[in-house]
Design a protein around this ligand. Structure first.
Ligand SMILES: CCCCCCCCCCCCCC(=O)SCCNC(=O)CCNC(=O)[C@H](O)C(C)(C)COP(=O)(O)OP(=O)(O)OC[C@H]1O[C@@H](n2cnc3c(N)ncnc32)[C@H](O)[C@@H]1OP(=O)(O)O
Length: 160
């Protein structure tokens, strides 16, 4: 890929992520994803990465008043799954496995950033990793590794 093609691919990728994360988009129209309010931050076509941000919302707290681990897992699933979807669309993407490790608590009033990276894209399986950083990028709060499968059939996917 030459420099011009690379710049164009970057522009297309950014435009797609901005569009799917705009309020009212199909991704954000129903179900769990809009409730955690993903926001597009940046992406890099060459590196196959994307970063989304999430505010900690009151309903997401656990009884100790830190964000529930299941919410962080959902944010990882969404960010890593979306990146996978970008490189495999129009196929349906489903999560085969998602392993999350929690390093530090994230508190109400914080925002966290998830950077996902496509580590390997095979014929139907994708290995994607992610890190969650708190607001000022100073604290690594959680990490995840996931395997996604791009299904051949498209009829199950209302999103494409
Ligand atoms: C605007 C655009 C935005 C786009 C956004 C994308 C955002 C993503 C961000 C969010 C990411 C969140 C992502 C999530 O939350 S995905 C939800 C959590 N994951 C699952 O439910 C996976 C369950 N496991 C399996 O289905 C099987 O073990 C797999 C498929 C892994 C391997 O098993 P095998 O190797 O045998 O598969 P095959 O290639 O023959 O495939 C057939 C199988 O596939 C299935 N299966 C089929 N359809 C769906 C479906 N819709 N949703 C879920 N499963 C579906 C169905 O079982 C079927 O089997 P059968 O019933 O025929 O026997």
């Amino acid at each position: 890929m030459n420099e011009l093609e690379s710049a164009q691919a970057q522009e297309v990728m950014e435009s797609w992520f901005r569009q799917v994360t705009t309020p009212g988009s199909r991704l954000l129209s129903h179900g769990v994803v809009p409730k955690i309010e993903p926001k597009f931050v940046s992406c890099n076509f060459e590196e196959k990465t994307v970063t989304l941000s999430f505010d900690v919302l009151e309903w997401e707290l656990n009884p100790q008043n830190v964000i529930h681990g299941g919410i962080i897992a959902t944010a990882f699933d969404t960010t890593l799954g979306l990146l996978c979807h970008y490189f495999t669309k129009p196929q349906v993407v489903i999560t085969v496995s998602l392993n999350t490790t929690y390093h530090k608590p994230i508190f109400m009033g914080d925002a966290f950033y998830i950077k996902a990276k496509m580590e390997f894209q095979g014929g139907s399986l994708c290995n994607i990793t992610g890190d969650a950083w708190t607001q000022n990028n100073s604290v690594l709060a959680a990490s995840a590794t996931a395997v996604f499968k791009a299904l051949r059939e498209m009829q199950h996917n209302p999103l494409v």
